[in-house]
Write a protein that binds this ligand. Structure first.
Ligand SMILES: Cc1cc2nc3c(=O)[nH]c(=O)nc-3n(C[C@H](O)[C@H](O)[C@H](O)COP(=O)(O)OP(=O)(O)OC[C@H]3O[C@@H](n4cnc5c(N)ncnc54)[C@H](O)[C@@H]3O)c2cc1C
Length: 275
C-alpha cells in the first residue's frame, strides 16, 4: 500500500484530490526532448517543481519531479485549451463502423457521428472490446500485439478531512491511498464498496490516530499502469490508413506523462501525413 499524494486544493468550495497520477518525473533525456511540454505549463503555473522529499522514491541523477497544484487534469485542460479544438465530453464509444471514406462512431447513449479520422486512446483491452469493424480491419499480428498488452490494477481511496483537523484553519487536507499491484489483482473482481473497508483498516494500522474524515471516495482502476506494452513501444498503431484509424496512449509506450507526450507526438506525425 502506498500512502501519498497529500493534496489539499478545493474546487467550488469542496475538497478535491487526484485518485490517479500524483506527480510527474522528467528524466534528463525527456526534459530535453519534451522541453516545451514542461516549459509551457510551468510558465502558465499549471505545473510546479515538487520541492518536498518523496519518501521511498528511488532518486536518479538528473530526474526532476513536478506537481500540479490544480490537479493532474489541469495539465490535460491546459493542452486542450491551447489546441483550440471543439471538445465534446461524456461520449462513451461502443462501436466503430467503416462507411466509405469516413468512420461512423456510435455512442452508448444512442446515436452516432461521422468522422474523417479516428484516434482511439483507451487501454488496448478496451479497444478490443469495441463493436463494429475494428476487429475486421486489424491484422492478425496487430490483434496479437493488442492482446499481449497487460495492465496492473489498483484501488485508490481519497480521505477528506475538515479544515482544522490537521493543518489548522483554512482548506481541509486530503490524503490519497493507492493499493499495491498484488492487492489490486487479488480483489479486482470485488466491488469497491467491499474493498474500501479493508483499505481503511490497513491505513489505520499504518497511521493510527488519523482524524475522522468528512468524506471518502474510492476508485477501482482496472487498467492502472501498463505492465507489458505493445512490443518496442511504437507510440501508436495505425489500424487503417484511409480513412485513418489510429490507436495510441500508454498501451503503446509506458505509463507516465512522457509516455503520453511521446504517443501524442507519434500520432501527430501519422495524422499530418495522412490528412
Ligand atoms: C493509480 C494511478 C497512478 C498513476 N500515477 C502516475 C504518476 O504519479 N505519474 C505519472 O506520470 N503517471 C501516473 N500514472 C499513469 C498515467 O495516469 C497514465 O500513463 C496516463 O493517464 C495514460 O494516459 P492515456 O491517455 O494513455 O490513457 P488514460 O488516461 O487511461 O485515458 C483513457 C481514456 O479513455 C476513456 N475511455 C475508455 N473507454 C472508452 C470508451 N469506450 N469511450 C470513450 N472513452 C473511453 C477513459 O475513460 C479514459 O479517460 C498513474 C496511473 C494510475 C491509474
Amino acid at each position: 500500500m502506498e500512502v501519498g499524494g497529500v493534496s489539499n486544493f478545493c474546487c467550488s468550495g469542496s475538497h478535491s484530490a487526484d485518485l490517479g497520477a500524483q506527480y510527474i518525473t522528467a528524466t534528463s533525456s525527456y526534459a530535453q526532448s519534451h522541453h516545451r511540454f514542461y516549459s509551457e505549463p510551468l510558465s502558465a503555473g499549471v505545473l510546479q517543481p515538487l520541492d518536498s522529499l518523496v519518501e521511498g522514491l528511488k532518486y536518479k541523477d538528473g530526474n526532476k519531479d513536478y506537481m500540479t497544484p490544480l490537479g493532474m487534469g489541469s495539465m490535460v485542460k491546459h493542452f486542450l485549451s491551447e489546441s483550440g479544438a471543439d471538445l465534446f465530453f461524456e461520449r462513451h464509444v461502443t462501436g466503430l463502423y467503416r462507411r466509405g471514406a469516413s468512420w461512423e462512431v456510435q455512442w452508448k447513449a444512442g446515436g452516432s457521428e461521422m468522422f474523417d479520422a479516428v484516434v482511439l486512446t483507451m487501454p488496448a483491452p478496451q479497444i478490443l472490446q469495441l463493436q463494429g469493424d475494428v476487429g475486421h480491419v486489424l491484422s492478425v499480428h496487430q490483434k496479437q500485439q493488442l492482446e499481449g498488452v497487460e495492465y496492473s490494477s489498483r484501488f485508490a481511496v481519497a480521505l477528506f478531512f475538515p479544515p482544522d483537523s490537521i493543518n489548522g484553519p483554512g482548506r481541509g487536507p486530503s490524503l490519497v491511498v493507492h493499493t499495491s499491484v498484488p492487492f489490486g489483482l487479488k480483489h479486482l473482481e470485488r466491488d469497491k464498496e467491499d474493498v474500501q473497508p479493508i483499505i481503511l483498516q490497513e491505513l489505520n494500522k499504518l497511521l493510527p490516530g488519523l482524524p475522522q474524515p468528512i468524506s471518502i471516495k474510492c476508485q477501482k482502476w482496472r487498467y492502472s499502469q501498463v505492465l507489458t506494452s505493445v512490443p518496442d513501444c511504437p507510440g501508436h498503431m495505425t489500424i487503417l490508413h484511409q480513412p485513418p484509424l489510429v490507436c495510441a496512449g500508454d498501451s503503446f509506450v509506458h505509463s507516465n506523462f512522457d509516455g503520453c507526450v511521446k504517443s501524442a507526438l507519434s500520432v501527430l506525425s501519422v495524422l499530418k501525413a495522412s490528412l
